[in-house]
Design a protein around this ligand. Structure first.
Ligand SMILES: *Cc1c(COP(=O)(O)O)cnc(C)c1O
Length: 480
């Protein structure tokens, strides 16, 4: 206290309030007698008390204005402590209702796993497994065998390898094939994916030397040809998955690159990004090249994500010819980037579903949500509207709105899927307050604001979440 008193600019009120501020021990004593805080771990409780008192002290000092004296009562301080304790005691990572309509939403967890994958995780994680044990020989086995066979069967690839995510897959491939060698990439394909994945940066980390060719909108086969020299190690094609260049454009096809590579004995790699095993055009307006196309065209290496359009767990899948995959296996980085058994279990089960495409489209949530008929989405919208109408509140206005959903995950950037949304307005409550209340709900409901209406896209909302959404709206109404 004494040196605080010496601080210039502290007025009498501030000094008085600092004096009023109770001590840590005093608050701890009250907290100990509060039944609501009975089971709080000691360290957490002490830290929370300190945190609240420090904050109050700083407010008194820094704001250079007095705070309301109600904020300094034991009761109020205890209330603040309870709020901190409650938030610390509940899980941080929690389920969320995705009403954005973005199916592969990186911030909301990307892919939902199929029931088969969930069951497999449950079976493998609580018991011992043959993760790296060959049951036929009784000797050490390879953890990747479980998925390698099935992915090769599905795609026609010679060999496969799985790592932590597609960023890791690209890094590992470049490091193995093109370290200290030039990698030729079109300027139109030097992409940045959300979350700071930039092709030029990954390339630099891998030790590959970037050789850009062409221009942003147009690159020709001749540009690649001219760039090839004794230092060239790889021709790389990157799927521009999160944007499209339209207008006066020209790109070199994978087929042309493969031919060029063969002529010069250079490997050709394609980073597909999302990577789909099914041809979407059969089920929806979406267009996206398939993994099988790239393999058939003769790419020496193809990489893609496990949790984008594939609809599996986070993983990076590398397909390629046997020699290159073998070299990749030998790379010490492989160990650092390896996947765990939960991922492996989920990936194997997801991939197995692809043996029957019709089944896959229904059983894998990502595929189901992307190909779901508009009638199904509309039914959910109608049902929610009925629930909300039953709240019978004059202030609430609920409308059914035609809109479009996005695939997300950096895939299918230009395709939009027709959808149905529920729009919410509450008189005397701003749209941003509605958005915030919904977001802070338990479970949080994430929608978007458009034309000053709070919009919830029914494509990504599950049937059994409609009641929870209606309850969240009821909470909004209570607060308005
Ligand atoms: C998404 C994406 C990546 C990164 O994949 P992650 O699985 O998120 O690591 C890399 N390249 C392209 C082209 C992508 O679309």
């Amino acid at each position: 206290m004494t040196d605080l008193n010496k601080k210039p600019g502290i007025n009498a009120v501030q000094q008085e309030q600092l004096k009023q501020l109770p001590g840590v021990d005093h608050i701890l004593e009250i907290a100990d007698n509060d039944p609501a805080l009975k089971d709080t771990p000691r360290n957490l409780l002490t830290n929370s008390v300190r945190q609240v008192l420090d904050r109050l002290r700083n407010t008194i000092l820094e704001k250079n204005q007095s705070i309301h004296e109600n904020d300094l009562t034991d009761m109020d301080i205890l209330k603040k402590i309870k709020r901190i304790v409650k938030s610390a005691m509940s899980l941080n990572l929690t389920r969320t209702i995705n009403a954005t309509g973005i199916v592969v939403h990186t911030n909301l967890g990307r892919s939902l796993l199929a029931k088969e994958a969930l069951e497999h995780i449950l079976m493998i994680s609580g018991r011992y497994s043959n993760l790296e044990y060959n049951l036929a020989t009784g000797k050490r086995g390879l953890r990747y065998t479980a998925v390698e066979d099935i992915i090769c069967e599905l795609t026609g690839a010679e060999a496969a390898m799985i790592v932590n995510n597609n960023a890791a897959a690209v890094l590992l491939c470049l490091d193995t094939i093109a370290r200290h060698r030039e990698t030729i990439v079109s300027r139109g394909e030097l992409v940045e994916i959300g979350g700071s994945f930039r092709i030029p940066d990954v390339m630099e980390k891998s030790g590959a030397i970037l050789k850009e060719v062409g221009t942003t909108n147009r690159t020709h086969l001749n540009d690649y040809k001219r760039a090839i020299n004794d230092h060239t190690g790889l021709l790389l094609k990157v799927h521009t998955s999160n944007y499209g260049i339209i207008g006066f454009t020209s790109a070199v096809s994978l087929k042309e690159l493969v031919e060029l590579g063969r002529q010069h004995h250079l490997p050709v790699m394609e980073d597909l990004g999302s990577g789909t095993l099914i041809n979407f055009s059969k089920y929806s307006p979406l267009k996206e090249p398939t993994v099988q196309d790239s393999v058939n065209t003769g790419a020496d290496i193809v990489t893609f994500s496990g949790d984008k359009l594939l609809g599996g767990p986070q993983a990076g899948i590398i397909l390629g010819n046997r020699d290159i995959i073998e070299k990749i296996r030998q790379n010490p980085l492989t160990r650092a980037l390896r996947i765990d058994k939960l991922t492996l279990a989920a990936l194997e089960s997801t991939l197995r579903l692809y043996r029957d495409e019709e089944k896959a489209v229904n059983a894998i949530p990502t595929l189901y949500l992307l190909t779901c008929p508009i009638e199904t989405i509309e039914n959910k919208a109608i049902k929610l509207k009925e629930m909300l109408d039953q709240l019978n509140d004059q202030r609430l206005s609920v409308t059914l709105i035609d809109s479009t959903s996005k695939a997300g995950g950096g895939s299918l950037p230009l395709s939009e899927l027709p959808t149905k949304c529920i729009g919410i307005r509450i008189s005397e409550m701003s749209t941003s307050v509605i958005e915030k209340t919904m977001r802070k709900n338990d479970p949080p409901v994430i929608g978007r604001i458009e034309d000053d209406i709070f919009l919830m896209d029914m494509r990504t909302v599950a049937e059994d979440e409609l009641t929870e959404i209606a309850n969240a709206i009821r909470t909004c109404l209570k607060g308005s």
